[in-house]
Structures are given as structure tokens and as C-alpha cells.
Write a protein that binds this ligand. Structure first.
Ligand SMILES: [Zn+2]
Length: 402
């Protein structure tokens, strides 16, 4: 079994060790007699770093524990023969980040328990963000702020964080909330002085001040309760910096201060709504005039007028509107098409006419490709080809004129 050096010292960044065995794979898994590398477990991510030997340096890309309890240092390149003396070196910035996130999580979970009695059901540490799932589905912003404030108060008090090894009986006597299933006789406890006592195998800070800051972010309802996203320490600073740059860019677009953004966006939305409405009104008015003009230009007074038009610069919305106006403002059959960015065909007839626009559309699309259909009086489609559009429309027009 590998001696887990990180159990006793989270700040140990370098250590000598001996290779015990190599588990073959796409990335060989090196097993050492002792290691400071943390394997993914308990919600915390693995460490990365390198193993140095006389043969050079091997990059440790991932560290995992297999079902036999072996800690596998998955390296890029070939493994090392058993017996090789190595010097392990951990990526310090990554480890510190994980210590800050994980220790922050202990404080936050304890704060939610102390104030509201909500247990933490699970903890997830991602590359960007961390989250805990709480045993409640009712989280409001005030509660979030309360827990955040308490957790940060404990950070500011710079309380000692001790590692203790106790028997299961002693853990019970100490009033540990959650005693993990019986795997080992000795339990490893993380003791945040007079605030929290939790059984955990992860890497933590030695004083709460090293967490830096705890920043709560999104909350959402999940199946098992309420999820709270948070970031701690350097990650909190980085995240706040990125938020600020994003907000500053957005504020620049509306020439305002970042704090005025919601108000400015609401104004823009209201403005857009008004413009949209007035645009729609104008379009309808234009379509009405346009329809009359087309009807006037088309002879044949005793029979329905057959209007055939291909518009290069009008979209489906307008062409459809125009057709609907024309068949209402006169007795007509419209065979319209748009050859704009998204080509479209619209057929419409005045109520009471004997043709079937949906059937005509199927015929047109059989020649032009594409999809579409409709009812007796109105149909639309999106043709695949528009080169023979005029010819197809004229052929259909000749039929309905008969
Ligand atoms: Zn922990």
C-alpha cells in the first residue's frame, strides 16, 4: 500500500519515493511506495506534476485510485521499472487552488448547517466552478448572503485547521455529523477550530485565512435539493475579474456604468418592442397599398385575378402578408415567391375559389425540391432550387386561369 503523504501535510510539494509497480495502459499507471499526489476522490480533483528520475522527467497527467486501492500516477510516455528512485513534484498552483476550494466548501457547508440546518449532500469541484447540493429546495438570496457572510467571517478570523486521526468510537463521542461507512478503523478528521469537524481525506489549508475569500454565485433547484455554486481564493479573484471585464464591455456598448446595465437593458428591450410594433404596423400598411397596386395592374375583371410575382428583396413574412392582403382586397389568386436569403413560395386565393393551394404547393415543390404545404386557401414552402421558379409559377398560373 502507498503511504499517503498528503494525509499529514497538504503543503508538501516534493518528495522522494520508489516505484513499486506499473499498471499498463494508454497512459501507464505508476504505483509508488509513498506519494503526495492526491487522486480524484470525495469531490476533489487530482493533482498534476512530474516524476523525476535518472531517466528524465515524466509528466503526471492524472492521478486515480483503482478498485484495489492503488494510487495510479498516470504518466505521459513509458512507465518506470519497479525499484526506480524518483522525486515527485506537484503542480503547486493547482494544489493550492484545490485546497482553497475544498476548505472553502467545509466552511460553507458548516455555515448552511449552523444557520439553517441544511446538510450538504454532495460536493463537486470543477475546473471553473465548484458546487454543493443542499438538503433544501428553497434557497433565497438573503439566505445565500447569510451563509456567505458567516463563512467569510471564519476566513477572516484565520482559525487553525487541524488534521486529527481518531477511532470510530472517538468520532462518535466527538459528535461527528456524518461518520463514513466502515472502511478503515482510523478516521481522518478536518477540524476547523470551534466551527466544523468533518471526516475527509482531501487536502486542506492549515488556517482559514489561506482560503482568501468565498464567493457564492448561481443557485438552482436540482433533484435532490438546492445547488449552490461557489468559488474560493484565487479562483474567486479571477472569476470576479472576468465578470468585471464582461460587464465593462457590455456597459461600453450602452455608454453607461456597469451598475446601470439592468436599467439600460430594460430600456433597450422596451425600445425594441416599440420599434417592432411600429415596423409591423408600417409593413401592414405598405402591404395593403402594394396589394392594391398589384390588383390594379392586373387585367381580367370578371374572373379572379391571377397575380404572379417573384420578389428578390422581400422576405417570406412580407410576401405572405402581401398575398393575404391581395386575396382579401380583391378576388384573386396569388402565386408569389421570394428569392431573398431564404427562398420561399407563397400561394393564396380569395375565399370561395375552387383551387387548392396546398395541393398546388406540393406540385410546385415536386418541381423545385424542398418542403412545404398548406390549406385550401393558403400555402407556403421553402424551395431548394430557384432557377426555374418563374417557369413553374407561370405553368401553374396558366392552369388556374383556364
Ligand atoms: Zn475535505
Amino acid at each position: 500500500m502507498t503511504e499517503r503523504l498528503y494525509y499529514h501535510d497538504s503543503f508538501l510539494g516534493e518528495f522522494p519515493a520508489t516505484v513499486l509497480e506499473v499498471v499498463p495502459g494508454t497512459r501507464p499507471g505508476i504505483v509508488l511506495d509513498r506519494t503526495a499526489f492526491y487522486p480524484t476522490s470525495g469531490g476533489q480533483l487530482f493533482d498534476t506534476g512530474s516524476l523525476q528520475s535518472e531517466k528524465g522527467s515524466l509528466r503526471v497527467a492524472e492521478v486515480a485510485e483503482d478498485d484495489r486501492g492503488r494510487i495510479l500516477h498516470l504518466v505521459e510516455g513509458d512507465g518506470l521499472p519497479p525499484g526506480t528512485q524518483i522525486r515527485g513534484e506537484i503542480d503547486g498552483a493547482r494544489r493550492r487552488d484545490h485546497m482553497q476550494q475544498h476548505s472553502g466548501q467545509h466552511l460553507l457547508s458548516a455555515a448552511f448547517i449552523r444557520i439553517f440546518g441544511w446538510e450538504t449532500i454532495s460536493f463537486h469541484m470543477g475546473d471553473e466552478c465548484c458546487s454543493i447540493d443542499l438538503s433544501t429546495s428553497n434557497l433565497n438570496p438573503q439566505q445565500i448572503e447569510e451563509a456567505e457572510t458567516l463563512a467569510n467571517d471564519i476566513v477572516l478570523e484565520d482559525r487553525p485547521v487541524d488534521i486529527r486521526f481518531v477511532s470510530r468510537e472517538e468520532a462518535q463521542r466527538l459528535g461527528l455529523r456524518k461518520i463514513p461507512p466502515a472502511e478503515r478503523e482510523q478516521l481522518r478528521l478536518i477540524d476547523i477550530r470551534d466551527f466544523d469537524l468533518t471526516a475527509c481525506g482531501g487536502t486542506h489549508v492549515t488556517r482559514t485565512g489561506q482560503i482568501g475569500a468565498i464567493l457564492l454565485r448561481k443557485t438552482e433547484k436540482v433533484k435532490q435539493g438546492g445547488r449552490v455554486e461557489f468559488v474560493c481564493g484565487t479562483r474567486a479573484v479571477r472569476t470576479a475579474g472576468r465578470d468585471f471585464r464582461t460587464l465593462t464591455e457590455a456597459a461600453g456598448l450602452v455608454s453607461g456604468h456597469i451598475w446601470e446595465l439592468p436599467e439600460q437593458i430594460r430600456k433597450l428591450q422596451a425600445n425594441a418592442k416599440t420599434l417592432h410594433k411600429s415596423h409591423k404596423d408600417l409593413l401592414e400598411e405598405v402591404a395593403s397599398f402594394h396589394a392594391n397596386q398589384l390588383l390594379d395592374q392586373t387585367p381580367e375583371h370578371n374572373r379572379p385575378k391571377v397575380l404572379v410575382e417573384v420578389f428578390a428583396n422581400r422576405d417570406l413574412e412580407y410576401v405572405k402578408l402581401l398575398a393575404q392582403r391581395a386575396v382579401r382586397q380583391g378576388t384573386a389568386i396569388c402565386l408569389f415567391a421570394s428569392t431573398s436569403a431564404t427562398p420561399a413560395v407563397v400561394f393564396a386565393q380569395s375565399a370561395g375559389q375552387p383551387h387548392h393551394m396546398g395541393a398546388l404547393m406540393k406540385e410546385a415543390l415536386a418541381a423545385l425540391g424542398g418542403r412545404g404545404g398548406g390549406s385550401q386557401d393558403l400555402a407556403q414552402g421553402g424551395p431548394e432550387r430557384i432557377d426555374s421558379l418563374d417557369r413553374v409559377l407561370e405553368a401553374l398560373a396558366a392552369r388556374v386561369r383556364e
